[in-house]
Design a protein around this ligand. Structure first.
Ligand code: E4P
Length: 214
């Protein structure tokens, strides 16, 4: 399973990358806005740090402008993946960019039929937002199960990129279901490493080492 990190913060990306946890990066306009720096500077810094797919999102909502914006973003670096919203114009842009060899991540996906449509349009990645579904008392992980089944049934190359991950259980369930990628906030990546028995065991080993020196 690939781990992408869901942040535009370069310090978080560097730290997670030094642990081998970063196969790629996803950003969105809200994550970029938190950084208080120009969009293009942030994307260039991320591309310099991580050798993997880096999602950069368009802000246009009309197909022609999305395609133009996508081409400009793709010219920044060879690893850029264009993030396109799951709207009808977005499918036109997805098909056009994909057919020119520019990979697309279709975002804001909340139903299995949206996921099927995005795959048919040629998306390299499709991002189902599990946390936002959970927030509305819809079971986010059910969507992952449905997407994995549909893509396997028809041998789509499109990768399931689990997004809006809020806790380690989302990652565990996504891994059990065979999702290709989870994009994970740094805080959740750190939680995934922890266990109270690890801390307790380490404290005991260190205490015993001190005793053995006497
Ligand atoms: C990533 O591609 C998505 O934009 C992100 O995971 C959304 O997360 P949120 O629902 O926590 O904002």
């Amino acid at each position: 399973m690939k781990f992408f990190i869901d942040t535009a913060n370069i310090d978080e990306i560097k730290e997670a990358n030094s642990m081998g946890m970063v196969d790629g990066v996803t950003t969105n306009p809200s994550l970029i806005a938190k950084e208080g720096r120009p969009f293009e500077d942030i994307i260039k810094d991320i591309c310099a740090e991580v050798d993997g797919p880096i999602s950069a999102e368009v802000i246009s909502t009309e197909a022609k402008s999305m395609i133009e914006e996508g081409k400009k973003l793709a010219a920044i670096h060879k690893n850029i993946v264009i993030k396109i919203p799951m709207i009808p114009d977005g499918m036109i842009a997805t098909r056009a960019l994909s057919s020119e060899g520019i990979p697309v991540n279709v975002t804001l996906v909340f139903s299995p039929l949206q996921a099927l449509v995005a795959a048919k349009a040629g998306a390299a990645y499709v991002s189902p937002f599990v946390g936002r579904l959970d927030d509305l008392a819809n079971e986010g992980m059910l969507l992952i199960e449905q997407m994995v089944t549909i893509y396997n049934n028809y041998a789509f190359d499109t990768e399931v990129l689990v997004a809006s991950v809020r806790n380690p259980l989302h990652v565990l369930e996504a891994a059990m279901m065979g999702a290709d990628v989870a994009t994970i906030p740094f805080g959740v990546i750190k939680k995934m490493m922890g266990h109270p028995l690890t801390d307790k065991g380490l404290a005991a080993f260190l205490a015993d080492y001190e005793k053995s020196k006497k």
